[in-house]
Design a binder for this molecule. Structure first.
Ligand SMILES: C[S@@+](CC[C@H](N)C(=O)[O-])C[C@H]1O[C@@H](n2cnc3c(N)ncnc32)[C@H](O)[C@@H]1O
Length: 312
C-alpha cells in the first residue's frame, strides 16, 4: 500500500466530541473542495487554524491523500490531548483502559461519584500544570479529558471563564471511554501533522500557494442565549471576525484555496449582513445543516450555515 493512502485511515474520526463539530456539514464541504483536489485525490498541504475536534481533518484523511498538515487551536488542553495521541498513544491507551475498567465496574451512583472526583482532580491540576514541556502528567491529563468528554452530560468539552471543566455527569449505559481502534488510527493520521497551540494568525507562515485551508472559527452567537462562543474561555467577538476576514484576504493573495464556515446570522435576523459585507469579494453560499449541541431542545433543528470560498 502506498504510504499515507486513505485506506490506512478508513474509519478515523474525532476522538473528542467538540462544540461546533463539523460532522453535519462534511458532505457540503467536500462538494466544494477545489476541483484540482477532487481530481487528484491528494492534498499536498492542509492547514486548519481552528481545528477543534478535527471533523474535517479526519474526514479528509479518510478520503484523500493528505501529505502534510498544520493544525492550530487556541485551546491548550485540546492541543495537549492531540500531542499525547500523536506521541504517547500506547501509554495513553494503557492509562485510559484502566480508567474505563474501573469506571464500568461501578454502580451508577459510584460512577457519578467517580466522575466528579476525576473532574475535581482535573480542575485542581490546571493551575500548576506545565503545558509547554512534556512530562508524564500529560498522559493522565489527556486521559481525564477523554474520560470527561465521554461520560459528561451531552458529551462535549466546555470550560468556564477560569478554564475549569464544568459539565455535569451524564448517564450512559456503557460509555466507550477507551476507543482503542480509533485512537490507533488517530495516532497514525497525526503522523504527518504538526500541532500548534496559538492564535489563528500563527498559521500565516504555513499557508502557501495551493495549500488547502479550512477555517471554522467559533460561531457568532445566533441568539442572545446561545453559548456557542463561550465553550472555550477564549471568546471570539465581532472584532475577531473582522480580523479573520482580513486574514482571509491576505491568505487569498498567497494563492491558497480557502474555505470558511460560519453560522448564518440571517437565521435570526434577515437583515443581518455582517458576513455578507465582510466577505463581499468572495463566493458565499448558504447551506442547510443540523445543529447538534445547543442549550435547549428547540434549538436542535435545521439551520443555515455559511460556506465562503475564494474560488469557484
Ligand atoms: C467551531 S470550533 C471548531 C470546530 C471544528 N471544526 C470541529 O469539527 O470540531 C472553533 C475552535 O476555535 C478555537 N479558537 C477560538 N479562538 C481562537 C483563536 N483566536 N485562534 C485559534 N483558535 C481559536 C476554539 O478553541 C475552538 O476549538
Amino acid at each position: 500500500m502506498e504510504k499515507d493512502s486513505p485506506d490506512e485511515f478508513s474509519n478515523v474520526k474525532p476522538f473528542l466530541k467538540w462544540a461546533g463539530g463539523k460532522g453535519q456539514l462534511l458532505k457540503e464541504l467536500e462538494k466544494r473542495l477545489h476541483p484540482s483536489i477532487i481530481h487528484e485525490r491528494t492534498i499536498h498541504r492542509y492547514v486548519e487554524p481552528f481545528v477543534g475536534g478535527g471533523a474535517m481533518f479526519f474526514f479528509l484523511k479518510r478520503h484523500f491523500q493528505v501529505r502534510e498538515s498544520f493544525l492550530f487551536d487556541k485551546n491548550r488542553e485540546l492541543i495537549m490531548a492531540y500531542g499525547v495521541v500523536k506521541n504517547y498513544y500506547k501509554k495513553l491507551v494503557a492509562d485510559l483502559s484502566e480508567i474505563e475498567d474501573d469506571h464500568l465496574h461501578k454502580s451508577e451512583e459510584s460512577r457519578k461519584e467517580n466522575y466528579y472526583q476525576i473532574r475535581e482532580a482535573y480542575n485542581r491540576q490546571m493551575n500548576d500544570f506545565d503545558y509547554d514541556h512534556y512530562h508524564p502528567g500529560w498522559i493522565t491529563r489527556a486521559s481525564y479529558i477523554i474520560f470527561l468528554n465521554k461520560t459528561c452530560f451531552n458529551g462535549l468539552f466546555r470550560q468556564n471563564q477560569k478554564g475549569e471543566f464544568n459539565v455535569p455527569f451524564g448517564r450512559y449505559k456503557n460509555p466507550k471511554i477507551c476507543d482503542e481502534e480509533n485512537l490507533a488510527e488517530v495516532h497514525k493520521a497525526l503522523k504527518d501533522a504538526q500541532l500548534f497551540c496559538g492564535d489563528f494568525t500563527d498559521s500565516e507562515n504555513y499557508i502557501l500557494d495551493k495549500s488547502l485551508v479550512y477555517l471554522d472559527p467559533p460561531y457568532r452567537p445566533i441568539s442572545s442565549t446561545s453559548y456557542f462562543t463561550s465553550y472555550s474561555k477564549e471568546g471570539f467577538n465581532d472584532e475577531d471576525q473582522e480580523k479573520l476576514a482580513d486574514f482571509f484576504k491576505k491568505m487569498d493573495k498567497k494563492g491558497a484555496y480557502l474555505m470558511l464556515s460560519n453560522s448564518d446570522p440571517k437565521n435570526q435576523d434577515g437583515e443581518d449582513d455582517f458576513f455578507d459585507n465582510l466577505y463581499k469579494d468572495f463566493k458565499m453560499e448558504r447551506v442547510v445543516a443540523k445543529r447538534n449541541i445547543n442549550r435547549d431542545a428547540t434549538g436542535r433543528g435545521k439551520i443555515r450555515e455559511l460556506i465562503i470560498r475564494n474560488y469557484s
